[in-house]
Ligand binder design. Structure first.
Ligand SMILES: *Cc1c(COP(=O)(O)O)cnc(C)c1O
Length: 368
């Protein structure tokens, strides 16, 4: 029988079923219930921050973070061009303008020197994305933000548990965001989290995600809010996933190491790791050398024919129709090369070593 290896799938091998059943049997299926508080508390402890607020997904987590910081029309927010589209869209939801910067060849994350160059009098914040699980160069980026008085938001949707200087991502920014979509390191189906050490900011985001209701006065809505809440059922799955997060992370690191060892000497390069960082390898990602007689898409087709699913890297956001207008005349050579030559390999916690070896054999057969 033809093998079939997806690029990603959830591993629900812990208490997920038991906790979800508990929600159903106790009738607590909406956005109140004990799993929400337990998941938030556990996630805050995991990140090493004071506050974690659950929400409906990683995109609205970004929107909440920006609203909490007061980002408004006329403001500019610096974002990497090589990221998932939600990072920039959330800026637009606030009426503000995303300003794109190129990637650093050393981490594939936003290049600190490019960030510095993109700052204008309108700049209010920087969204630092830890792409594919690799922490960004936080020392340089935080230094720039401090010197220019800019807010820092970490988009850690792909990097639960990644570390920089032995601190977990999600604890560096004024506010940070996570996603628990089905293909992320841990999942709740759909879900997100914002983390912060700032109690005032946490209270503001709590009000915004609950339709703006005054916490002291029921059904009094002094501001425009949103319904961005997570359900108790989602949090129940999240708590069970969080109980095993060390295993999920360890396994993804092992998977990346096995791909790297098997493919050493091939015409590919893997995502580098910053000296002070721990990459948690949400997706093992490689970039094909140029001029080797086979294109990235040909490689993907060959692998697909062997039942191996892969993903192309994100298109740089400055090339998408709604963002291209503002980017004419600008060039982003590093992100453009990564995007054209990069693929994400099957990477999920329950992937077997024998499957990794099968994928590597197929890659070698294609490249040689
Ligand atoms: C997945 C992802 C998001 C959005 O998360 P959703 O839960 O899908 O809304 C945001 N930013 C990045 C970098 C992501 O990978």
């Amino acid at each position: 029988m033809q093998k079939s290896i997806p690029v990603s799938e959830p591993a629900l091998s812990g208490n997920e079923k038991q906790y979800v059943l508990d929600c159903l049997e106790s009738n607590w299926i909406s956005s109140n219930g004990k799993y929400i508080g337990a998941f938030e508390k556990g996630f805050a402890d995991f990140c090493g921050v004071r506050h974690a607020l659950s929400c409906a997904n990683g995109t609205v987590a970004l929107h909440l973070a920006l609203l909490g910081l007061g980002i408004k029309p006329g403001d500019e927010v610096i974002v990497p061009t090589l990221t998932y589209v939600a990072t920039a869209n959330a800026v637009v939801y606030c009426g503000a303008k995303p300003v794109f910067v190129d990637s650093d060849p050393l981490t594939w994350n936003m290049a600190p020197a490019e960030v510095e160059r993109a700052i204008t009098p309108q700049t209010r914040a920087i969204i630092i994305v830890h792409i594919y699980g690799c922490p960004a160069e936080m020392d340089a980026l935080l230094g720039i933000a401090r010197r220019h008085g800019l807010y820092v938001i970490e988009d850690a949707a792909e990097a639960h548990g990644a570390e920089y200087d032995q601190k977990r991502v999600g604890s560096f920014g004024d506010v940070s965001t996570f996603s628990f979509y089905g293909n992320k390191i841990i999942t709740t189906g759909e879900g997100g989290m914002v983390t912060t050490n700032d109690s005032t900011l946490a209270a503001r985001m709590l009000q915004i995600k609950g339709q703006g209701m005054d916490p002291q006065r029921r059904y009094w809505f002094p501001i425009i809010g949103y319904n961005y809440r997570m359900t108790n059922i989602e949090a129940a799955i999240g708590l069970a996933q969080l109980e095993k997060i060390d295993w999920h992370i360890q396994r993804r690191i092992e998977i990346a190491r096995r791909y790297q060892a098997n493919l050493a000497g091939e015409k590919v390069s893997f995502q580098p790791e910053p000296a002070k960082g721990r990459n948690v390898y949400w997706m093992t990602s490689l970039v094909l050398d140029e001029g080797i007689g086979i294109s990235r898409d040909e490689l993907r087709e060959k692998l697909a024919a062997s039942g191996i699913e892969t993903r192309p890297f994100f298109y740089p956001l400055h090339t998408l129709p709604m963002y291209a207008v503002d980017s004419t005349g600008k060039s982003f050579p590093v992100a453009s090369r990564l995007s054209a030559q990069g693929i994400n390999l099957p990477s999920y916690s329950s992937l077997e070593d024998s499957d990794i070896d099968f994928v590597c054999t197929a890659i070698q057969a294609t490249l040689r």
